[in-house]
Design a protein around this ligand. Structure first.
Ligand code: HEC
Ligand code: HEC
Ligand code: HEC
Ligand code: HEC
Length: 412
């Protein structure tokens, strides 16, 4: 009979070091997890919940009342802080009692003073995160003495025109309208048009942009190109060029599989350059980041050229027409840049430094020699396929008039 073998010293040493290693690993992981759940997890969870919850007017009003009072130097009264909010609302109420009929209303026609008072509180002040004093002299709500009120009136026209020209006749429209908060999201200015993921993910290498002419043929001669892209430009700026200078040269027709071609089509006779493919792919990345979706939200991965109008057997039939909607939306951002000075936002003296404004340099465009903050996909979408602060399900009657005045719906 053999005596049972004792582990050698070497085996014991290996066993002990493995055991110590396992304990250290478990303790380290647990410690990191504990710190994470203490510090980061609640923040992430709150951010995820905020991103999934639709915007509500109380978000904007809370931003006003919880802010410290400001001290304007241009003659306006403070518009931030609880006191400013209460004074504005009460002055509005006194104005409405004295003026049941509106005095100087140019866009919101057909509404009573009382309805306008409610709309202003919830969706104008609420949408921009500023009290009445930002736009009004509290002694005279009809006066147009502050430039912010003029800008706001132009923005009322803007909302009406966006809904009429780009939203309500979208193919497979899901019933969401644009309102002030869709872009402003409780902030009056320096709105971010390009999320940080875009800025971080797109390297700034030099590229040559060859846009397509109205027949879909690449323009290769620099002398024929728009000045902005005559020489080489950074890849990030090339992406922006397409978002704001997009055109469709062969409109979509469900009967024609070759149709729907625009500035970003790659499948042309003779193909496109490597730079052009790089630019196209980064525009696609930008759109994916802006909406928080993957490529197949808009494309059939076996046929990127196709417009999926009735995808069969897909888990999410809602995806029908998304590529076409995205094409319409690039026509929207192109229209926004072309018409921006008409819609009233004042030009800036220069591109604000990143620290000061909140928005990155990509949110500013040079138009007719002046710098403007112009919206991009991210301004409305902010990582959501349907913008969080779009209006859906407008109630009937008086309540609906206040939620989104009929004049802004872009529909009779
Ligand atoms: C961001 C700018 C802005 C803010 C903030 C704002 N308003 Fe207005 N308000 C306007 C504009 C623009 C009009 C004119 C609308 C038109 O011409 O159709 C207007 C019109 C009005 C009118 C109708 C005046 C008339 O001529 O008969 C009242 C009343 C009013 N606002 C009350 C308020 C109250 C109360 C608040 C705060 C709770 C407020 N507004 C906040 C921009 C603003
Ligand atoms: C398509 C996006 C979009 C929509 C919708 C929109 N705005 Fe704007 N608005 C902007 C941008 C971008 C600016 C420029 C901000 C800047 O210059 O920093 C702006 C500027 C303004 C300003 C001037 C701010 C300042 O610097 O004093 C006012 C006032 C304003 N908007 C009010 C409104 C109101 C009221 C509505 C709803 C009727 C509205 N906006 C809807 C994008 C939008
Ligand atoms: C939000 C919708 C959307 C998303 C997301 C999207 N695309 Fe696109 N894609 C489009 C649109 C719109 C066009 C423009 C077609 C044009 O200009 O002719 C396009 C064009 C293309 C083309 C050129 C097709 C042709 O006709 O030659 C390719 C390739 C492509 N996308 C790949 C991708 C990839 C890869 C991804 C994921 C990283 C992606 N797309 C994400 C909407 C989208
Ligand atoms: C002024 C705000 C605004 C801007 C800017 C904007 N969108 Fe949209 N987008 C909307 C609204 C509102 C809807 C919802 C329409 C509906 O109910 O069908 C939408 C819907 C979409 C959809 C369909 C999503 C779905 O699940 O039905 C796509 C795709 C899309 N947008 C892409 C883009 C792209 C790409 C850009 C930039 C080129 C862009 N959008 C810029 C407001 C905007």
């Amino acid at each position: 009979m053999q005596a049972p073998t004792r582990p050698s010293d070497r085996q014991a040493a290996i066993f002990i070091s493995v055991a110590v290693g396992v304990v250290v690993a478990v303790v380290t992981t647990a410690t990191f997890w504990w710190i994470y759940s203490l510090v980061l997890a609640p923040e992430r969870r709150a951010a995820a919940i905020a991103a999934a919850t639709p915007w509500s007017p109380s978000d904007g009003q809370q931003a006003i009342t919880s802010a410290a009072p400001n001290s304007p130097t241009d003659g306006r009264q403070p518009w931030l802080g609880e006191q400013a909010w209460i004074e504005g609302v009460q002055a509005g109420q006194a104005w409405v009692e004295a003026n049941p009929n509106t005095v100087n209303v140019q866009v919101l026609t057909g509404m009573t003073s009382g309805q306008i008072w409610t709309y202003m509180q919830q969706y104008v002040s609420g949408g921009l995160g500023v009290g009445c004093q930002y736009c009004h002299n509290l002694n005279n709500f009809a006066s147009d003495e502050y430039p912010a009120k003029i800008a706001a009136r132009n923005m009322l026209y803007l909302v009406s025109d966006i809904n009429a020209q780009f939203i309500v006749d979208l193919p497979n429209w899901k019933g969401n309208y644009v309102q002030c908060a869709t872009c402003h999201n409780n902030q009056p200015n320096n709105l971010e048009a390009f999320g940080t993921q875009f800025i971080k993910s797109i390297p700034d290498i030099p590229v040559t942009v060859d846009p397509l002419d109205e027949n879909g043929q690449p323009i290769l001669d620099p002398a024929q190109k728009p000045e902005e892209i005559r020489g080489q430009v950074g890849l990030q700026d090339a992406v922006l060029y397409y978002i704001y200078n997009y055109q469709v040269w062969r409109p979509f027709d469900p009967a024609d599989p070759e149709s729907g071609r625009g500035s970003l089509a790659l499948t042309l006779d003779g193909g496109r350059t490597q730079d052009q493919v790089t630019i196209n792919q980064n525009v696609m990345n930008y759109q994916s980041w802006a909406l928080g979706v993957g490529c197949t939200y808009c494309h059939n991965s076996r046929n990127f050229v196709a417009y999926e109008t009735n995808p069969v057997g897909l888990p999410n039939p809602e995806y029908a027409y998304n590529k076409l909607k995205a094409q319409r939306m690039m026509q929207l951002t192109t229209w926004l840049q072309a018409n921006w000075p008409t819609y009233g936002a004042a030009p800036k003296p220069g591109v604000p430094s990143e620290l000061e404004g909140g928005a990155s340099r990509f949110s500013y465009r040079l138009i007719e020699g002046q710098v403007y903050n112009v919206p991009g996909c991210y301004t409305c979408h902010a990582g959501n396929a349907i913008p969080r602060a779009a209006v859906q399900n407008i109630p009937d009657g008086d309540a609906g008039v206040v939620v989104l005045p009929p004049a802004l719906r872009g529909q009779p």
